[in-house]
Design a protein. Sequence first.
Length: 759
Amino acid sequence: MAKLDKSSWPVLFVSDQFEGHHGVTEWLNAIVKNLKEQQDITVLFSYTLSDASEVIHSREDMGTIVIDWDMQAFGHEHEKIRHLKLQLQDKSIATLLVKYIRKRNKNLPILLLTERRSIELIPDEVLKMVNGVIWKLTETPEFLAGRIEESVVQYTDTVLPAFFKELVHYVNLYKYAWHTPGHMGGEGFLRSPSGTGFHKFFGENVLRSDLSISVPELGSLLDHSGLTGDAENFSAQVFGADQTYYVLNGTSTANQIVWRSQVLPDDLTLVDRNCHKSLNYAMIITSARPDYMIPMRNKLGIIGPVDFSKIDQNKSYKMSALTNSTYDGVCYDTVYVKNKLKNVNILHFDEAWFAYAKFHPIYRNHFGMEVEDVNKLTFSTQSTHKLLTAFSQAAMIHVKFPDWDGMPSDYGEKFRDCFNESYMMHGSTSPQYSMIASLEVATKMMKDNGTTAWNDIIKEAIELRKKVADIKQSCKPDDWFFGLWQPECIADPDLDIKELAKNQDFWLIKPGDAWHGFAVKDTYVMLDPIKLTFTCPGLTVQGNYEQKGIPAAIVTNFLINRGIVCEKTDYYSWLLLNSLGTSRGKQGTLVAELFKFKELYENEALLTEVFPSLAKCPKYNGKTLKEHCQDMHDYIREHDLVDKMINAANQIPPQSKLPVQAYHKLVEKKVDSIQLRDIQKAGKNRIGAVMIVPYPPGIPILMGGEAILAEGDPRLKYLLYRQDFENEFPGYTSDIHGIERTKPDKDGNVYFETLIIKE
Ligand SMILES: Cc1ncc(COP(=O)(O)O)c(C=O)c1O
């Protein structure tokens, strides 16, 4: 079993004096020997500054760094140092390294090794940043090894947050478990070969930390008490909330908890039509009466911001739900939103994709918990697992209390008592402790060095943006490459990456700017730099189809076959996320694969060689990749599928029943599964029983209870075109929630059907 103890946190020695026969060499080696053999400490070495900076950049498990102040290796490292973008006026290598470490980690112990006579050469600013100075050859190796070990122990004691630390401690006690879960620390798996395989794969730590709720040392999630309650309070502080609740079943459940806690049957609510399906379920379980905020679309089909001027100010709403940010990275100025939603009582921001916003200044004012002076209860629900590091399904609800004069001092306590009933309706009485620990650790990571980490990620995303723009710009007039949907200034070679990563203004979606294609009248949204929407030849943001086209579905299928999985595919664009797990290597591979696609396209490679899985469709035989792209492009252009998709989402159909009434019909089994083409043929309006959400772009085009019109219904029309598209291009079936497909008929065609409320 891998143990987490002091040997897990190595000491890095940065010195060029480990080789040779002089006294310092022997003395240093004696310290190292003692650390390894007597103190059980792991030791690493860097002989040059550049190597040390690489290690520090790539490893966060250092326990202490010992830096030789007298290191000589400067000349040939000049370029590397420049790369670190540090001030070069100071001639000491150690100073540069100390500054670099402190920029990344304020608490990691740094000890300077120096000759006695050079102490006066160490500037005060360096002395302020280090944790101690060791004079070479003055103290015994044993004593110094002990001091270094103590530094590791003291520091690493602060690294783990409290809940996780106690969990590790508990697991390390090797107790005999006499409680659930039935595998009892993993032992139960060893009774059969498949269980043994499971045990070997996941390892003992995972299984031994899967504990029963009957471990009082760890507190209670359902009561928010003990160390679990402390962890939630810690997250509240770090994420800027008054209270935070850990949810172990995703933002899907978090949204439902929030709504059930505030909304009563028949309450009028205001919901972003670009909402996740969990909001539909939230409306069902609360019997809410929804009005919708409709997001704009550009001509590429990318979903933009809600146009708040269309909201009826004469109505009063109990609660709103706004998706922030959208899939494509459009995020709202939440102060602006607050002012536009004056007729809403309670604000809910669904920030499933945006938990990191608090940790980088570029997102200032653009996330729910930043709404200051709010006189309304405000919720933000976040999938901590999506873009931070929690385990899958681990999410948080953040709450900000209203801020009015005379607020009772026990408001928070009372709020918790009431809110917790809804919380418990959606919670298990057997929570997974490692998920709780992952939420707490995700919080600690953001507290310790969230800003540095996100700055790296944002800068790397901008680097990729610039690289792709540069390749595209350097194409000859009759040549092509993929592009990125982004402000034109990002490609400007005179605009430095650091500046772009710092200044929100570059990313604002401003009225009149051509690049975004949204008819915004105010500046109230920005594009998130880390959401990378790639564009393909074929359709411009102004909505003009080009002669030559490469539909994105073909490119993303190609990338998937090469091990690059995209987040979302639209007709002529696709989305990738830069995140904590993105590396420069991944980015380089992506660009290389895009070049590879272009080469196969230009060289008229056979489609079936590029996509062997399509070989079983006779209609693709003999086609080249280029012909296939053109066939699909011609089809999309001829039927103007992008425009049909936009029309389908832009208008709300007549609301014949509430979502809850439609759901009750389902419970009563008063629904039929009917083919969409039959609805059209029968020429009679019907009512849908369930939500229909086509991907792309993942927006509901029909909610349960809304009418499907037999004539001129843009939603029905679009879905029927999607059906025909799938029959025309086998192998390109995409996900549509709420639609089932029939078995293929004798010609291999499939037809869409959905659940309709019986007459
Ligand atoms: C806007 C939005 N809200 C909520 C969710 C649900 O989040 P989870 O997967 O954590 O349940 C998603 C998931 O994709 C989402 O996109």
